[in-house]
Design a protein around this ligand. Structure first.
Ligand code: SF4
Ligand code: SF4
Ligand SMILES: [Zn+2]
Length: 153
């Protein structure tokens, strides 16, 4: 559906590593839709269910439930994930975490909505695909040149 409003993003979409699950292919697909990192659902892929970040004891111990509160940040796992996303999808978990920590969640969510709203249909773009999954509009920036991966998240 074509609208004029920006998509509404919620705190519950944001994983402890800084990933915005609302932008994930797994979350946006209609079949076997993943509920996001914080959701407990059979449709969540194993590599996200068993993810060493969401299962890291420091995450449940700290009050924000984000990696930015950890004394070891960025640990090896987070560095690896961040490097993969920077290279393939033009997005950085560590930059997201920094923005949440410095500017607060509300501002971060507003910036994400601004950055990832499709200019054609005003739906939410997918970080894993150059084209809007709703209307097919395609980005032509460097992110769009990233090769789509079947194992996106
Ligand atoms: S597949 Fe992983 S990254 Fe994607 S929405 Fe689900 S938990 Fe989030
Ligand atoms: S940065 Fe810290 S809290 Fe996050 S996964 Fe690594 S060790 Fe755990
Ligand atoms: Zn669109």
């Amino acid at each position: 559906m074509v609208g004029t409003e920006r998509p509404v993003l919620e705190r519950s979409h944001i994983a402890p590593c800084g990933m915005n699950c609302a932008l994930c292919l797994g979350y946006q697909r209609t079949k076997n839709k993943c509920p996001g990192c914080w959701g407990d659902d059979p449709n969540k892929p194993d590599h996200c269910r068993l993810c060493t970040i969401i299962n890291c004891p420091t995450i449940s111990d700290n009050s924000s439930h984000f990696c930015y509160e950890c004394s070891k940040v960025p640990c090896r796992r987070l560095k690896r994930l961040d490097a993969r996303y920077r290279n393939k999808y033009g997005m950085s978990m560590m930059e997201n975490l920094e923005e949440i920590r410095e500017q607060g969640m509300d501002d971060f969510l507003a910036h994400q909505a601004e950055r990832y709203t499709c200019p054609a249909c005003h739906g939410l773009l997918c970080v894993h695909r150059p084209q809007c999954l709703t209307c097919g509009w395609t980005r032509d920036d460097h992110e769009a040149k990233a090769k789509p991966s079947r194992k996106a998240p």
